[in-house]
Write a protein that binds this ligand. Structure first.
Ligand SMILES: Nc1ncnc2c1ncn2[C@@H]1O[C@H](COP(=O)(O)OP(=O)(O)OP(=O)(O)O)[C@@H](O)[C@H]1O
Length: 580
């Protein structure tokens, strides 16, 4: 079969024909697209495209020859990277577009069909993804099968897509919809032929315990772990995986901060395994979410039972499907608080680099044999007001997400403050505009929130922003940076690794920032907005009562100072000693 220059197909063509061009691309005539009409379907290595064919018998246009099929100038295509599944769906009706006929006589006709499942971006909000399906039909089953095989072979070359995932579902997350949310998105995974091992959690710490005890061999059979829940649940999963596997240098001890930053590079790496910490009896960790949990503390490399395991490996992914109360991590990474959007991101193998904060509660004294207690946080770590809000809000979990409003107001009215010393490294780009907190807070504008930047100077961090998309991996050059210090009484101290944007704080922009709210800095609005946005992520910090503890932002995948922020400074690292 041949086409002429205008793309016209001869009427004498074999109605069931398909042919291959010089590049191996298939073209099929007499393929029908449901609710559209006849199309010519073709593909190259990136896209599946079709052109509409309209029978001139039904057209007013007399300029073409009778019996010839006109190829419209409208062309539609879908990228293979946006196709998440293709299925043969057997014999059934295919419909003409409104007011048109198939084969010149009927508004629908029966034929074999195959469905191409694609992701479309919402017209109103491009972050919002919608699953959509194009149903194609042909009288010849073999042609349908050939197309399914051809499209599937392209999808298989998308190597970054997961094939097998471990899914943890928190049934009581947020408004208690965790299980329903998973059931709503699970068909997307089965359509995309992604195998899932689903575990519905029965208690706090369940997911963490499973991940801490699973062998590395078993873990390697999965391409990733998905949390169906809120930010706190995601952090629990992150900790379950990383605490026993991630080999990261310790942050500097409090004493090290007096020295130049080079000392940070000399710290030795460690490995870790799960043990009951010596400190358990001393009641150090009073995390309300993990009351019965065991501490997980670093151990010497020799204590590892299994061979050294490099984690995370290149392809392993953490996924999150929002079901929680705030879902700041999802909003920051996909731009939408939508379980379907998240599920589609996961099945298509989309990725975004995420920095992780390493939170270390240091040993009590330099001579102590007790190793530091580690936690990891993906979005925010807070102390003072934030910790109090999360502790208080746990008593009112039955209220659902509203508990944060109630607990936040209650804690705010208590107006507690904490004496602390915060040491931090200021990112290069901040140096020129940085003002010492000591100078600014205690000087002329005592009521001013220090570090507040002009709106015009701020670069917003939103989903797919250029800084987050930058895939440069590696630690920044910290040579020559000096620790700065701020000491005094604080209402709250927070450190953010992502912007923590959420529905209550849609303009929050806290990436790599610290925020110190002084007792005499009356910043009601800021305190509230920050704390509510990130409250679910603070479980690892509830034990900040007692011994000194240290918090450092450390890179697992990428550490990049980025984005201006409203409330604080951008920092490479920080540690804090509390005096309680
Ligand atoms: N089956 C369960 N029952 C009770 N608690 C659970 C269960 N499964 C997990 N958890 C704990 O609940 C905590 C909070 O979960 P999650 O973050 O999903 O909910 P949320 O607090 O409503 O949401 P957000 O964190 O977005 O505010 C987790 O840290 C986890 O330890």
């Amino acid at each position: 079969m041949e086409r002429n220059e205008n793309g016209l197909l001869g009427d004498d063509s074999d109605p069931n024909a398909s042919f291959t061009d010089a590049e191996g691309s298939i073209y099929s005539s007499d393929i029908f697209l449901d609710y559209v009409g006849e199309v010519i379907l073709s593909h190259d290595s990136d896209v599946l495209s079709w052109k509409f064919v309209e029978s001139l018998q039904n057209e007013e246009d007399k300029s073409s020859c009778l019996g010839m099929k006109f190829v419209s100038k409208n062309e539609t295509e879908v990228k293979f990277s946006d196709i998440y599944a293709v299925d043969l769906i057997g014999w059934g009706p295919v419909h003409a577009s409104a007011g048109k006929f198939l084969f010149g006589q009927s508004s629908e006709s029966e034929m074999y069909r195959f469905a191409v499942h694609v992701v479309l971006k919402s017209k109103n909000n491009s972050s919002h993804w919608i699953p959509s399906v194009y149903t194609f039909g042909h009288k010849n089953l073999e042609i349908c099968k050939t197309w399914v095989t051809q499209i599937n072979s392209y999808l298989e070359t998308e190597a970054k897509r997961p094939k097998s995932l471990m899914v943890f579902v928190h049934p009581k997350s947020g408004k208690g919809q965790g299980r329903n949310i998973w059931e709503a998105v699970a068909p997307l995974f089965s359509q995309a032929k992604v195998k899932t091992k689903v575990i519905v959690t029965e208690r706090a710490g369940h997911a963490r315990d499973v991940l801490a005890s699973i062998t590395n061999k078993e873990l390697s059979s999965f391409d990733g772990v998905v949390a169906v829940g809120g930010d706190g649940f995601f952090n629990e999963i992150l900790n379950g995986l990383l605490l026993s596997r991630h080999k990261a240098p310790y942050p500097p001890t409090p004493g090290d901060s007096k020295h130049p930053i080079e000392s940070e590079c000399n710290v030795s790496t460690h490995s870790a395994e799960r043990t009951v910490a010596e400190s358990r009896n001393s009641n150090e960790d009073q995390s309300p979410l993990l009351l019965d949990s065991e501490h997980i503390v670093p151990q010497s490399p020799n204590s590892e039972q299994e061979p050294s395991y490099c984690f995370p490996n290149e392809l392993f992914r953490f996924g999150i499907i929002p079901a929680g109360s705030t879902d700041a991590i999802v909003i920051c990474t996909t731009g939408a608080r939508d379980p379907v959007t998240s599920a589609l991101h996961i099945v298509l193998g989309k990725k975004v680099c995420l920095d992780i904060a390493q939170v270390v509660r240091w040993k009590k004294t330099h001579d102590s044999k007790v190793e530091p207690c580690l936690r990891y946080a993906a979005s925010f770590a807070g102390y003072g007001f934030y910790g109090d809000v999360i502790t208080e809000s746990e008593k009112y979990r039955w209220m659902g997400p509203k508990r944060y409003d109630y607990a936040g107001t209650k804690v705010f009215l208590q107006h507690r403050s904490y004496e602390a010393e915060v040491n931090y490294l200021v990112a290069d780009s901040e140096k020129e505009s940085s003002v010492s907190p000591e100078t600014n807070a205690e000087g002329g504008g005592g009521r001013k929130l220090w570090c507040l930047r002009k709106k015009s100077d701020r670069v917003s961090c939103r989903a797919n922003c250029t800084v987050c998309n930058d895939t440069v991996i590696g630690a920044p050059n910290l040579q020559g940076l000096k620790w700065l210090k701020s000491k005094g009484r604080f209402l709250s101290i927070g450190a953010a690794v992502i912007s923590c944007r959420n529905e209550k704080a849609p303009d929050a922009d806290l990436t790599h920032s610290i925020s110190l709210t002084r007792t005499y800095t009356f910043s009601l609005q800021c305190s509230f907005r920050i704390s509510f946005s990130c409250a679910g992520t603070l479980f690892s910090l509830q034990g900040a009562v007692g011994p000194p503890w240290i918090l450092i932002l450390s890179n697992i995948i990428k550490l990049e100072p980025s984005h201006s922020n409203l409330w604080g400074k951008r920092v490479y690292g920080m540690w804090m000693v509390s005096y309680l």
